[in-house]
Design a protein around this ligand. Sequence first.
Ligand code: MN
Length: 227
Amino acid sequence: MSFVIAPAAPVAVPVAGSQDSFPVRRVYCVGRNYAEHIKEMGNDVRDPPFFFAKPADAVVVGGAGIPYPPKTEDFQHEVELVVAIGKDGADIAVENALDHVYGYACGLDMTRRDLQAIAKKAGRPWEMAKGFDASAPIGTIEPASAIGHPQTGKITLSVNGVERQCGDLGDQIWSVAETIAYLSQFVVLKAGDIIMTGTPAGVSAVIKGDVLEGEIAGIGKVRTVIG
Ligand code: MN
């Protein structure tokens, strides 16, 4: 096939212990999944989860720096467990859901919090608050074939070496299996999709020059610098 303009390069996340990469199709995000973060944002813990999306090319890999984005004065980090889907499915049962996971990584759901607050108040979409350029730094993917399906593990984020966020995967309100099952009721999940599964408490603003380091015990790290 020939194209009238050059097609965009595929977005790919490196896989640990391999020369191969995981090709990204779609990026789904869970809005609220840790009780302490829901409380800090002033929301009700009993609400069901909801989803939003980022464009695939918002993903940044290899520890590359990201620009301080325009149109914000409140640019915040959210460290998250990233689930990489390796097998298609719709209406997936909770008990089969982990069969659809290729692997896991640590990622950052970077957020223009001031734009999100305006969107929430006005009942507008979140895309410009969440789905902007370079808004999804992601670390190396660890295959589930190597590490299994961690249900617990400390998840942290530090800025310039000082811890800002700390939680445990075991504190997720909706488990990975439940999230996959629920999301697959709304859309057909395809191999190549990734799901960012929500952030623990401690979100805060960053400025130019800050070094962000996220880590999930047993899964991996993500690092970026705000440029
Ligand atoms: Mn998030």
